[in-house]
Every structure is written in C-alpha cells, then in structure tokens.
Design a protein. Structure first.
Lengths: 820, 392
C-alpha cells in the first residue's frame, strides 16, 4: 500500500516536470522567433541626436537667429563629495554622518586644517559604535577617501580588535599623519583650482563656494521634504529606516547636474580639462542653443519670435504636438504587431516610423511658438537622428540628424531697426501727460518685387522681455505680442482703410469707364442720404477727381460710390487683395511650389469681404470712403495696394527670399490691374498732389525737422527735404471706428472717459498714411498706421514718415536704389 | 565506508546538476566584479563534507535527534527578528557569518520538517481522522508562519509539497490530500485578501500571475492581427504597468528562455546575461540562463536530471523496508522535486514570482548545504536499506 503511494508521489512530480518540458517546447520552439525579437529589442538602447536648427538671416546675410554650441558650467554634488572629490566636501559629509551637522561650505572650506585635526581626536571606539551599520560603512569610506588607504587598512584592523584600548584616537592610527598631510595638500590644491576657476567662469571664489553651499542646502531640503512626504504616506507595517532612505534620496538627488553659469568661455573648458582632478564636481556641458545675436536681438524680435515647449494643443482644438506624437507612436506599435500587413498598412508603417523616430516632438524638445520661428518651423527644425546601440556599445543602426535649413528673409534688418526706432519715437513723442503715445505699425516693401523690407509693430517686446516675461506679455494691455502690421491690435479688430482706399476705387472705376476724371460733384461739407447725414472734412465746391483725392473729399466719393455702384467698389477692394490674406507665408503659392509648408505663428489676419450681396444706398456710399464692408485691412495690405498703384502691377508680398537647398523663392504671381498708363497717371498725379498741396502737404516741413534731428551720415549723400518731399506720393486716411474700449486695454487707460461707456460708440479715429517713392518707378512702398489718435492721417502719420525717411538706413537704401 | 549500496541514481544526477550549476554561476558572474563560481565550488565542497558527516553519523541518530533539530531550527527562526542581518536588504532572512558568509535558516527548516514528519508518521501514519492530520499540519504551519513573516514566501511555500508528499505516502486518502492541497492554496489566497498578511509586492506578483505578461503580450498581438488596435492598446497599457513592477523579472526570464531556441546561444553568450537583463540570474533565475545559453537541449537536460534525481530518491524510499527511511526519502523528494518544480514554473512564467533557488544549481551556500544534507540522508537510507535500524 505505502509502496504504491510512493509511486503516486513520483508520478505527480514527474508529471509536473513533464509539464515544464511542454512549456519549454512552446517557448523555445513554437514562439522562439517572437521571443528572440523581443530579446533583441530589449537590448537596444535608442539615443536621439538632436538636429541643429536652421538660421534666420536678413537679405544682406545678417543673422537674426543662429544656432550655436554654447558651453555651460555645471556642478554635481555627488561627484564633488565622493572618492577623488574635494577634501572639504568629504569632511563635510563626515561631519554630517558623525553628528548630523551641516556647516556651510565656506566655513568648511576655510577650516579644513582644523577639521582634519578634529577628526583625529575622535576615538576609534566611537567610530566602531556608529549605528546603523550602513552609516558606519559610509564613515569608513569617507575616512579612507580623506586620509588614504594605509590609514584605512590600519583603522579597519583596529576596529576588529576587541581588546582595543577605548581611548585610542583616530590620530594614533598608523598612517594618520601622512594621510592628514596629503589631505591638506590636496585641499590646498583644490582651493587654488577653485580660485582659478572663478575668473574664467565670471564668478569669484567666494561666489562659487556660496553657490555650492546653495546646492548642498537645496539637496538637504529636497531630501527632508521627500522623507516627510513618505513618512506621512507610509503604512506602518514596513520597518522604517530613515538613514537608509535618506542615503538613497541623497544618492538620487545629488546626482543632478546644476547649471552654475551659462555660456562660459573656452578657457573655462580648458581649465576644467587640465585640472579635472582638483575640480571634481564641476564640468562643462556643451549644447546647441538658439542664439539671437546681440546686435539685432531686439530688432524684429516679435517678427522673429521665440522657441518654447511643444504645443499642448494645436490650432482650433486639434491635438497638441505631444498628443499627436503619442498617437503616432501607438499607431506604429499597433502596425508593427501585425504579422501580415496589407500594402497600405506597410506604407503607413514606413511613413510613421520616420515620423516617430525623426520628426514627432518629444516633451523635452523645443519648437517655435511665435513669429517666424514658429511659422517656418518645418523648414528651420531639421530632422532628429538616432543611434541604436547594443549592450556592448556596438552601434546596431543609426541615422545622422538632418540640419534645419537656413532661411534668408527679404527683410533688411537695418531698415527694420529704423522703422522700429521711428515707431518708438512716436510712442514717446505723442505721449501726452505721461501716458504713452499710440500703438501702430509701419510696413516698407519694394513694390517692384513685393519683397517686404521692414514690418514693425508698436509697442514691441525686447528680446529679453520675450524670453523671460512671455507669460506676462500675453496679458499685456497694449497687446505687445500683437503684430499690428499683419493683424489686429489688442482690440481684436482690424482697422478700416478709410480714405487710403479712395485712389484704389477711383483707378478701377476709371479703368472700367464708369467715371471720367472730369466728373465733378459739389461738396457743401455734408450730405443727407435717407435721413442720415454723412459729413466731410470741409466744403469742396466743384471738386473733380484730382481735387477729391487731394483734399480727401468724402462727399465726392459718396456720390462716386452712388454712381458706380457698390459692386464696383467691392471689385476694387477685391482687385487689390482686401478681404483675404496676402499669403505672406501661409498660402504663399511661391513657397508652396518649392514644397515648403508654413505653419501658423506669424498669423496674417483678414476678414472675408462680403460680396454675396451688393451694398446699396448709404452703405454703398460709406464703402466709397473705405468704411462699412471695406472695414478690415492690415498695414501690409495697404502698403501692397498703394505700391501697386505706383508700380502699375500688384506684386503680392514676399518675406522669404531664399531657403538653403531650395534656392531662391520664385516671384509670386503678379496681379495685372488692367489699367492703361493714362488711367494710372491720373491717379498718380493726384497722389503726388496730396503731398505737394493736399492733406499730406505738411511732409516737406516735417522732413526739414526730421533732417535736423537725424545727423547726416558720412559717405551717404542725403536728399534735401524739399527734394525728398517731391519724391513722395501717397494718400492719408482717417478711419472711423465704433465699438467699446476693452476693459483693461490700453484704450481705456489712455482715454478714461471711454472706460465708462456702456454702449458702442464712436472711438477716436485711426490715422493712416500710405504711398510710395519715388514718384517715377517707385522702389519703396509704405504704410503707416497709428491706432485711435483721433487725428487726421496727415497730422498724425505724416510726421512719422518724415521721421523715418531721414533714418540713415532709409537714406542709404534710397541712395543705393535711386543712384543708377 | 564502502560504496556498496550507494544509490548512484541519486548521486549521479545530483553531481551533474551541481556541475551545471557551477558552470552557470561562472557564466553569469565571471564578467562581474564578483565572480562567484569559486564560492559555489566551496559551498559544494562544504556540502560534500556535511554529507560525509551525515553518512558517518547515520540517519538513525538523526531520527532520534529529529525533534531536537526541528525545535532548535524553529527557535532560530523565531529569533530571526533579533539575529537577522539587515544590512543588505530590509528582511530577516539571513544571519551574518564571518568572512561575509551568510546563513539562511529557512533553507534548513525544510530538512527539519522532513525529519520530524518522518519520525511522526513512520508508524502512526494518518488514520484518516481529522485529528490525525492536526499534528503534521501543525509541524508544517508553525515554521511556515515564521518564514513567511521574514518575509520569504518562496521558502515558506516549499514546506507545503513536503507535507503533501509525506501525508500521501503515510496513507492519507486521495481526497484528503486533495483537500489539504486545496486548503493550502486557499490559505495563500486568503492571505491575499486579508490585509496586512502579504506585502504589496507579493500581491503584485500574484496579480502578475493571474494576468501574466507573456500571455498579455500574446493577447495584444492577436488583437492587433484582428485589427482591433484600441483593445490591444488597453492590454498593452496593462503590460506597461506590470512591467514596472516585479513582472519585468518574469518577462525577462521567459524572454531569455524563449530566445534560446533549440541549441541556445552558448555558455556565457546569452543576450540577457548582462546587468539589467535577467535579474538574479546567478541564483533564483539561473534556469533562464540555462534556457537561453543552452537552449531546449540544455533545459531538457536539467529537467531530465531532476526527473532522474526524484525518481532515484523515491526508488530508494520504495525499496527500503524501514518506515522512517521511506518517509524521509518521500519528504526529500517532495522538497527537492517541489522546489525545483516551483522554481522552473516561475522561470517559465507558469507560476507567480517568488524568490526560490533551484536546488543544487542556483548560487547560495545555505541552499546547497541544506540540499546536500538532505541527499546525504537519502544516501544513508539506501546504504542501510536491508537493516531495520530504528525501533522504539
């Protein structure tokens, strides 16, 4: 009976082993391929190689944004105190282990000799009694690191001797004197090295010590805070060992590299290489960084933009960068798991594997979040590379990173600087009673090519503000992050073109034969249409087209609109590109033809022109003076349109001149205005007269003032004010806006009486001056906008243009383009 | 001492297993700062010496002293909270010895339990009344409790197959054994649900077992092939969560074994034989390395050697007419066979992870020594099987 039972036990055990054998066959034969792949995959370490971001350059090759290798000085507490580290650090750790003291780093550093002796006065028995064991082991390690191996061996031997005299001190241990002397020498050498490091790192020795002290204290605080949190959260069934945990936390936190100083010199790196032994704990970390060269850092800062963290959410609630990357990764993993992929799945896999490894954003990546850095992100960014290594550091596979492409802009940074300075003046000069002046924008472009030379908005952030106070700027009451040359200010509404629209509609009506230059309408200062009275700037009896443009007669254009009809007015707006984005970057067909896709970031605003119905009656008449449906334009659009009148063909604006590897960006499709030279001459003549004797007649006097203010530059021939005035043609505008001052916005601050209004009302008018120069074959088109000045365009904006024209950079540009 | 009556079918597989163990301790540690194969050889030498002493002393005297041995070991276990060396881990498993050696009493209590059960059951057996199960069960459950609290769930669980094997042979009814086995499983499961008995990490391991990672990965793969990617993603999220815990150890073990194929990657050449590869690959997960480096062939060899060893031990028990010797053999077979089965089951992903050495193969002094002593008892029984040497 019992013998048989033995067989039962044998059978059960053997059956179990047979089960194991079956399992082995399954794993090692049936599933072998799968596990082999998994095993291989688990050993690969994928390291990414960041791509260098492309540069942004102005039309003359001046870099506006560069990628540079910068060297940062970093400090690691753990390296500093461990084997081969600083004697003072080791003594400090000893004190902490022996009696929990943490004297400051400068104190310890000054008292190394005294401390070396003080440790000698401790008895060996005391060291043997340190509890728990780990703490004693650590004490022994630090003693070894400070006093050397001979001392350590003797000490450990003594500790095992149970008959040891309890009064034997550490200083009596064999090897102490030599070890102490060596430690003292080492400490002095380290101190010297630290004193040398100071100057090359731009910090004094004392500052360095204070910095280290700060790191040590922060590490202690972090450890204590973490410990307190854990104690609070712990279930009490596991025996707590605070020393062990504290030690673990220190090991973890002390390993962090803390930045001591950014962008240290090459000398600093050399010093650290030469004296690495004496400066353990310090290191130089080289990184590729985006640099905005100091000379032009503030110039066009808003236009150039900045980098930031990947976007949490895309435009219009689309998934954010990281979310998208995550989704791609998941999808890729799913596709990879399919054993028999279809062709479509294989293609998707191939596409996604490139995206995931080389393109998709990681949480630690930077990307453009504003301005051109954001808009040109796909071009500037490049592609990540990667190296996949095996456990033995052999490279399994790799892909080098693809550098981002350099982009040359049409912008002339000197002109940009001049324009920005002019707008800054405006803010200061018009700042009555302590309040600042008016926000505004200026656009300069070459009407022959559409190349944008300068594009500025005021107020503007400095580079430093953009980098360090970005969050605050987003809330700025003046809308410092609004690029008013391309979009609305802080109010969120685009300005109407006002009277700057008049030459455009006149030209189109002439072209279509709907009016003749000799059509005259009497203006008595106002006109009543359907019960409402529309006003003019004055009385203009018997005005013809020229007179109406020169004096900017509203009544003439009311009647004009009435005669040609609302449809014709809208046609003019459409022809000159109003009511749709100019396609400066996004929607730019020339860039698209190169396969370059622009992202948002330099948003160009536009309000779609409502052409579904034809405006009639008073609405049509108000359209005639650049209001009502023609209510939303940008300074860029106005500069393009007036430039087109001067040039005879509309050249859509272009901001990118060339892209590395793609070459020059081809010219954009020009828009033929369909006008005869004669028709153009009629309108141009009127625009000349605007400056000579019309609403902008103040220009000559203002230029004289400006010429006084801007001293002549050596070597650049200057145009006399009277001569220069006769080169400029343009049209002023005074745009009426109604609405309410945004609470907390600049308008409510500037005009306190507007802050209290409860209903929409007329707000102070916007002022415009737009045109071109020279009058024959213009090479420069301009648009100047100042928001809510409440003044006529001629009064508010003409001085601004005069100020700008005597900026040396503008004079240089004119001299260069006019001389041949 | 002659070799007459020496049970070669016990000694040979044991030596071959020990040799394999030394080879793989070499394979897994020769590149590290602490090559351990020399120490393992020393442990084996110590085991041989201990075995020699046992054979000299004779099982008979051990039988007489079984109560003393059992109670002394129990006292040692009870005193572990005060004796244990906590410098390496926060547990009460080891007593520090000079020269960095450590003693693990839980390894020896297994043999102690075999001795005391053999003595208790040698004549009396179980009469299939509930009260007759009480004493054997108590002998098992007391050390089980102490060991489990160390905490060392693995070593404590090995006591169960010992009891089951010995009770079976002592005449328990089949369904009683089944009940006892089911009861033991229930105790473990109960411990899972009673708060404070099992540590979180132990619960996590049981969770891992209920939904083992390899099975989950397979499930995800199937779902992907059915183009049910969303459902697969959920399973994969679960895998990711499990991998962060102890599930990683088992996954890597299974991965290593599975990647070994038929012939393996060669001794010392395993891809997962590296830091951050298979955890404790020189000890509890040494079979993963055997599977990876020697493939199905080597793994089958080891499984076969255990089958040979267990069969050898039981055949000694089968042939002997002496009841104590028979019970002893059955207990040792339960010990070695049960522990090997559990270790292999863990390594191949069939059982939840718990720390347990592979007898004779895994690195570890206490385990090697205790196993050698247990085998020595069997050898002594086989030498004297013609004699009735124990009377009361």
């Amino acid at each position: 009976m019992r013998q048989q039972r033995v067989t039962v036990v044998a059978l059960v055990l053997l059956a179990g082993l047979a089960g194991i054998e079956l399992r082995l066959m399954r794993l090692q034969v049936v599933e072998n391929d799968f596990w082999q792949q998994e095993s291989l995959r688990s050993t690969r370490v994928l390291q990414t190689l960041p791509a260098e971001r492309g540069w942004l350059l102005d039309r003359n090759g001046e870099p506006l944004a560069r990628t540079e290798e910068t060297r940062d000085l970093v400090f690691r507490f753990r390296d500093w105190r461990q084997k081969g580290g600083a004697v003072s650090a080791q003594l400090m750790s000893l004190l902490w282990l022996l009696d929990g003291q943490r004297p400051s780093v400068p104190e310890v550093s000054a008292g190394v000799a005294a401390l070396l002796d003080a440790v000698g006065r401790i008895t060996v028995a005391e060291i043997g009694a340190v509890q728990p064991r780990q703490r004693r082991a650590d004490v022994l390690s630090y003693l070894e690191w400070v006093y050397g191996e001979t001392f350590d061996t003797s000490l450990r031997k003594l500790l095992k001797d149970e008959t040891l005299d309890p009064w034997v001190t550490v200083s009596q241990v064999r090897g102490f004197a030599e070890g102490r002397a060596a430690a003292q020498r080492r400490a002095e050498e380290q101190d010297d090295a630290l004193a040398d490091l100071g100057p090359v790192a731009g910090l004094s020795r004392r500052e360095l010590l204070d910095f280290i002290d700060g790191v040590v204290r922060r590490s202690d605080e972090r450890v204590e805070a973490a410990l307190a949190r854990e104690t609070e959260a712990a279930d009490d069934d596991r025996p707590a060992d605070p020393f062990r945990r504290r030690r673990e936390l220190h090991t973890e936190f002390d390993a962090d590299s803390i930045d001591v100083r950014h962008e240290v010199s090459h000398d600093c790196q050399t010093l650290l290489a030469v004296r690495a032994g004496a400066l353990r704990g310090f290191a130089v970390r080289a990184e590729k960084q985006r640099v905005y060269p100091e000379r032009w850092a503030d110039t066009g800062a808003l236009l150039v933009g900045r980098l930031g963290a990947p976007r949490a959410s895309g435009p219009g609630g689309a998934p954010g960068d990281i979310e998208k990357a995550e989704a791609n990764r998941e999808r890729l993993a799913a596709l990879a798991a399919i054993d028999d992929p279809t062709d479509a799945e294989q293609q998707e896999y191939d596409r996604l594997s490139v995206l995931v490894r080389e393109v998709d954003y990681r949480a630690t990546d930077e990307r453009g979040i504003l301005g051109l850095e954001s808009a040109l992100e796909p071009v500037l960014r490049g592609k990540r590379g990667w190296i996949s290594t095996l456990p033995n550091d052999d490279v399994a596979e790799s892909m080098p990173p693809q550098r981002g492409l350099n982009v040359v802009l049409t912008l002339d940074v000197e002109l940009q600087e001049a324009v920005e300075r002019t707008l800054d003046h405006t803010l200061e000069r018009d700042g009555a009673g302590g309040a600042r002046g008016w926000p505004g924008a200026i656009v300069l472009l070459d009407p022959r090519t559409g190349e944008v030379l300068a594009l500025a908005s005021a107020p503007r952030p400095t580079r430093a503000e953009l980098m360090t106070r970005y969050g605050e700027l987003l809330q700025d009451p003046w809308g410092a992050l609004c690029n008013r040359a391309l979009g609305p200010g802080d109010s969120g509404n685009l300005p109407p073109p006002g009277s700057t629209f008049k030459p455009l509609e006149a030209l189109v009506a002439l072209r279509d034969g709907l009016i003749s230059p000799h059509d005259t309408w009497d203006c008595a200062g106002s006109i009543t249409v359907g019960g409402s009275t529309l006003h003019c700037t004055g009385a203009h009896p018997g005005a013809d087209l020229r007179e109406a443009l020169v004096k900017s007669c509203n009544v003439w254009f009311y009647r004009f609109a009435d005669k040609v009809g609302g449809a014709e007015v809208l046609r003019a707006a459409e022809l000159f590109g109003y009511g749709r984005p100019t396609g400066l970057l996004a929607g730019n067909e020339a860039l698209a033809s190169l396969g370059v896709r622009a992202e948002s970031g330099l948003p160009e605003s536009s309000v779609k022109l409502d052409v579904d119905s034809v405006p009639v009656g008073s609405e049509a008449m108000r359209c005639g003076i650049g209001q009502a449906r023609i209510d939303d334009v940008t300074p860029l659009q106005v500069a393009v349109a007036l430039g087109a009148v001067g040039h005879g063909t509309l050249r859509p604006p272009q901001l990118v001149q060339s892209i590395e590897g793609y070459g020059d960006v081809p010219a954009r499709t020009a828009v033929d205005l369909g006008c005869t030279p004669g028709e153009l001459a009629i309108v141009r003549d009127a625009l000349d007269a605007v400056v000579d004797s019309g609403t902008a007649a103040g220009l000559a006097a203002e230029l004289a003032v400006s010429a006084q203010r801007h001293p002549a530059e050596q070597g650049t021939p200057r145009l006399e004010p009277s001569r220069l005035a006769r080169l400029v043609a343009g049209k002023t505008g005074t745009a009426q806006v109604s609405g309410r001052a945004r609470a907390g916005g600049w308008l409510a601050q500037r005009y306190p009486e507007l802050a209290t209004q409860s209903r929409d009302a007329m707000l102070p008018d916007h002022s415009w001056f737009a045109g071109y120069l020279p009058r024959e074959n213009p090479c420069l088109a301009f648009a100047v906008l100042l928001e809510h000045t409440g003044r006529h365009g001629g009064d508010a904006c003409v001085p601004v243009l005069a100020d700008l024209l005597y900026e040396p950079a503008v004079q240089r540009y004119l001299a260069q383009t006019l001389s041949p | 001492m002659s070799t007459r009556g020496l049970a070669w079918s016990v000694l040979l597989p044991a030596l071959l297993l020990a040799g394999t163990g030394v080879l793989f301790v070499w394979s897994t540690t020769h590149a590290s700062s602490q090559p351990l194969w020399g120490r393992q050889l020393a442990f084996l030498a110590a085991g041989a010496l201990g075995a020699f002493l046992i054979v000299r002393v004779g099982v008979r005297r051990l039988a007489e002293a079984s109560w003393v041995i059992y109670l002394a070991l129990l006292a040692l276990l009870a005193a572990m909270p005060w004796l244990a060396d906590r410098s390496a881990t926060d547990t009460e498993r080891w007593i520090a010895l000079p020269w960095g050696f450590k003693l693990q009493p839980s390894e020896f209590i297994k043999l102690g339990l075999v001795l005391v059960l053999a003595r208790h059951l040698r004549h009396r057996g179980v009469t299939n009344t509930w009260s007759s199960y009480a004493a054997p069960f108590a002998f098992m459950i007391v050390p089980w409790w102490f060991v489990m609290r160390q905490p060392d769930l693995g070593s404590s669980l090995v006591l169960v197959p010992i009891l089951l094997a010995m009770v079976t042979v002592s005449g328990a009814r089949g369904r009683h054994v089944a009940l006892l086995a089911a009861g033991s499983v229930l105790v473990v499961l109960g411990a899972y649900f009673v708060p404070g008995v099992l540590h979180d990490y132990q619960k996590e391991r049981i969770d891992n077992f209920i939904r083992p990672i390899p099975a989950l990965m397979e499930e995800a793969r199937d779902l992907h092939n059915k183009r049910e990617h969303a459902a697969a993603a959920e399973v994969e999220a679960e895998v990711a969560l499990l991998k962060r815990g102890t599930g990683r150890q088992q996954l890597y073990s299974v991965m290593a074994i599975g990647s070994g194929g038929l012939l393996g990657e060669g001794l010392g050449d395993g891809l997962q034989n590296r830091p951050y590869g298979v955890a404790v690959r020189h000890a509890d997960f040494i079979f993963a390395m055997i599977g990876e480096e020697w493939g199905l062939l080597g793994a089958t060899l080891v499984v076969g050697l255990y089958a040979w060893l267990v069969a050898g031990i039981l055949s000694v028990g089968w042939r002997t007419r002496e009841p104590f010797g028979r019970m002893l053999c059955v207990g040792v077979a339960g010990l070695i066979g049960g522990q090997a089965l559990m270790n292999l089951g863990i390594a191949t992903g069939m059982l939840p992870v718990t720390g347990l050495p592979l007898p004779l193969v895994s690195y570890g002094g206490s385990s090697v020594l205790a196993t050698a002593l247990a085998l020595a008892c069997v050898l002594d029984v086989s030498r004297r099987r013609e004699h009735v040497f124990f009377e009361e």
